[in-house]
Design a binder for this molecule. Sequence first.
Ligand SMILES: NC(=O)c1ccc[n+]([C@@H]2O[C@H](COP(=O)([O-])OP(=O)(O)OC[C@H]3O[C@@H](n4cnc5c(N)ncnc54)[C@H](OP(=O)(O)O)[C@@H]3O)[C@@H](O)[C@H]2O)c1
Length: 290
Amino acid sequence: MRIIGTGLTGLLGSRIVELLTDYQFQNLSRVTGVDITSKDQVSSAIANSSSSLVLHLAAFTDVDGAEKEKDLKEQSLVWKINVEGTKNVLEACEKSNKKIIYFSTDMVFPGTKEVPEKYTEEDKTGAIGFYAKTKEEAEKLIEKATCPWLIIRPAYPYRSNFEKKDFVRNFKQLLEAGKQIEAVSDHFFTPTFIDDLAKVLDLAISENLTGKLHVTGGEIVNPLEAALKIADFFKLNKDLIGKTTRDKFFKDRAPRAYNLSLNNDKIGKLGVRMHSFQEGLIELKKQLAI
Ligand SMILES: NC(=O)c1ccc[n+]([C@@H]2O[C@H](COP(=O)([O-])OP(=O)(O)OC[C@H]3O[C@@H](n4cnc5c(N)ncnc54)[C@H](OP(=O)(O)O)[C@@H]3O)[C@@H](O)[C@H]2O)c1
């Protein structure tokens, strides 16, 4: 099966392409002549594709960089890529009645639920930072689509290697370098092992799933707990890990919500077993040893 997609060179997309070898992927990117902010480029690339499915992962993903642009509102690059770009991809899908799978984020939620409560697919969104608002706005466009659609929400995704760091490799590399880290204790989330995300996507394609799907591990962690687990697991120096709070750590950065934990019962019912954070670390270590 041929699949056309955007963002297939990124942290998530490149691993999906690596793992789902039964599909033939075609990436639309600035390198291949398609900037998603150009309606014409997107429209002709999608219209000319024989694929009946479009994976849309491309995004401006620098959360703190996005916050710096927030006063520019709809003139900001993050808005142009995440909202206008999604609109372009969506309209092209609608024109040729292709299905769109849009990759969103746990950050669309306000995060005010008490831990260990989790957000379900049916809960109302209410993003707090500017990056998150652009992703939420794009979700709203997708929900009104006239073509079939699926919204996938991963959270704090991690994998064993890639040029762009994720939070696990960031903590691990800092600790390996003997650097002191300050880890937040009042920000909770349910991290996604990216290999699991590829497995769920494969199922979502073969079962032709539509609607919204939370694709996260079931285990809730905060950055402090995550850093301690990483240190424990990889036998690194725990004394380098200090405790801080969201207010201090994110003072001049994008605000982070208190509890972004996502309920993943829906994928559980589909028969998918996601790695817990601990199990994800075990798998990651195995892959690093190869
Ligand atoms: N990473 C996370 O923590 C996280 C968490 C939850 C959800 N997500 C969502 O998952 C998706 C993938 O994230 P990621 O972390 O894998 O992204 P990433 O590594 O930052 O890669 C971004 C991708 O988007 C493409 N892109 C950016 N601007 C573009 C444009 N104007 N036109 C065409 N392509 C463009 C890039 O292609 P080039 O090669 O052209 O630069 C790249 O392939 C995003 O939608 C993100 O919001 C990410």
